[in-house]
Ligand binder design. Structure first.
Ligand code: FES
Length: 235
């Protein structure tokens, strides 16, 4: 495989040592088919072992390698380096507190996820074997259930940048996934939770979340369906 030279700027920040984030330039040589994660590994393993970043599956499944590259939120492990011409500029996900370098604090993100009760709530008798769901019923939630909780959508949302208490697109998408699940009986309770001043109506259909989602989930569309459901419940 042909080798190429690449300039890479990474926003570095160690809150224990640095007064503020700063850009650090690296010059590396690696295979032209490398991913952004390969770039980070090359830097970490051969140039600067102090660089901090998250990764696990390397298969766009675990969601841990979400970051901002040349202005776009994406998964480092699935994005080829050659997608971007010239210098790479790599930053942590915006809108989250930085723990170190590209590692952000996801605690608030997952706390919001817990608020919408992300599990089946069942009032009906539990069947002896399993709940049956038709293919049509599953189709209602299929795409929303593909979320890998990477945070790329929530991090790209201007409403969240303006108000960190906003639930954000990922938590609302998770709410959709259960509200519209034919096996669930907690829809009204969840709609009450998300129909507050930091919930549903903070979404101004800006569509950044849909552009950022590495799984191409139509997040804004599902939030709109939740809005319709909230209005129906209130009449
Ligand atoms: Fe798991 Fe990228 S390393 S999604």
């Amino acid at each position: 495989m042909a080798k190429v030279n690449k300039q890479v700027k990474i926003l570095r920040y160690d809150p224990a040592r640095d007064a503020k984030p700063y850009w650090k330039l690296y010059e590396i040589e690696l295979d032209e088919e490398s991913t952004i994660l390969d770039v980070l590994n090359e830097i970490h393993w051969k140039h600067d072992g102090t660089l901090a970043y998250r990764r696990s599956c390397r298969s766009a499944i675990c969601g841990s390698c979400a970051m901002k590259v040349n202005g776009q939120n994406l998964l480092a492990c699935e994005t080829p380096m050659h997608k971007f011409k010239g210098c790479l500029k790599i930053e942590p996900l915006p809108g989250f507190d930085i723990i170190k370098d590209l590692v952000v604090d996801m605690d608030k993100f997952f706390d919001k996820m817990k608020r919408i009760k992300p599990y089946l709530m069942v009032d009906r008798p539990i069947p002896a074997k399993e709940f049956v769901q038709t293919p049509e019923e599953f189709d209602e939630i299929r795409e929303s259930a593909m979320c890998i909780l990477c945070g790329a959508c929530t991090s790209s949302c201007p409403s969240l940048w303006a108000n960190e208490n906003y639930l954000g697109p990922a938590a609302l998408l998770k709410a959709y996934r259960f509200v519209f699940d034919s096996r669930d009986d907690g829809a009204d309770e969840r709609i009450d939770i998300i129909n507050d001043k930091n919930g549903l109506w903070r979404c101004h259909t800006i569509f950044n979340c849909m552009e950022a989602c590495p799984k191409h989930i139509k997040v804004t569309e599902y939030i709109s369906k939740l809005k319709t459901k909230a209005v129906e419940n209130s009449i």
